[in-house]
Design a protein around this ligand. Structure first.
Ligand SMILES: [Zn+2]
Ligand SMILES: [Zn+2]
Length: 254
């Protein structure tokens, strides 16, 4: 009888210590990470939120075991399902500037332990727009179309509520062949390095005309009937519309 009692007691204390272990471990871990990441762990969620340091909120949430952190494959925003790898338009708080465009790479929620405030964040990889490129590359103004965007290797976290809607990003050829174009359809053929402020793969794009520039689907071109090469009207000294039903032979073939 006493043996049984002793065994029971032992089992109980063992299971008790098992129950405790998940709670105890994170505290030790938290202390360690607090030492390494003093700044993030010492700064409250509220303070980080106020400073809009969203990537640091995610980092803190992953490290802080008191905080409920979850990742998702999709999210519903304004009635629209947005999935990982979808391209989205994101609100730009500055006035009179274009909204941002990004690709969703991570969707997560953070339940802040003290306030029980739920924060929903998305990690996005940015696309750059025409205006953001031509301020560094003024000569590219001629061949970058209004709907052309440039992929980057730069990422950030944004609040899910700043996502306005999904948008479509296709390659240049598909864009050129599309019949129903709207303002939320963009094309991407080049990658932009934000740090060096250069295109990383300009050599993969075919050049056209005497001026040797990438194709601009928003401009009209004339094709030489002999060599089949395409030229800007302006570059070969022609007025647009003047050659609609006439043969054209370029300066090289003439
Ligand atoms: Zn040209
Ligand atoms: Zn020709």
């Amino acid at each position: 009888m006493s043996i049984v009692h002793w065994t029971n007691n032992n089992n109980e204390s063992q299971s008790k210590s098992n129950r405790q272990s998940p709670e105890t471990q994170p505290i030790i871990k938290k202390k360690i990470s607090k030492k390494q990441q003093k700044n993030i762990q010492d700064t409250s969620f509220k303070e980080l939120y106020k400073q809009q340091k969203l990537a640091q909120i995610v980092k803190k949430a992953i490290e802080d075991k008191d905080c409920l952190y979850e990742e998702y494959d999709e999210i519903k925003i304004s009635g629209e399902i947005i999935k990982l790898n979808d391209k989205v338009i994101i609100k730009n708080e500055e006035r009179n500037v274009d909204d941002y465009i990004g690709e969703i790479r991570k969707i997560c929620t953070i339940l802040e332990p003290n306030t029980q405030k739920l924060i929903c964040l998305c990690e996005v990889y940015w696309f750059m727009r025409r205006n953001e490129i031509i301020c560094h590359k003024p000569r590219a103004k001629r061949w970058i179309g209004n709907q052309e965007i440039f992929s980057t290797n730069t990422n950030d976290y944004v609040l899910a509520q700043t996502i306005i809607q999904k948008c479509t990003v296709v390659d240049c050829e598909e864009y050129f062949n599309m019949e129903n174009l709207d303002s939320t359809t963009y094309y991407n053929r080049l990658e932009w390095d934000v740090e060096t402020k250069k295109f990383t793969n300009l050599n993969t794009v075919q050049m056209y005309c005497l001026c040797q520039q990438p194709w601009n689907p928003e401009l009209n071109y004339i094709q030489c009937d002999k060599c089949q090469k395409w030229y800007h009207f302006e570059c070969v000294g022609l007025k647009e519309g003047s050659y609609e039903n006439k043969d054209y032979v370029c300066g090289y073939c003439d």
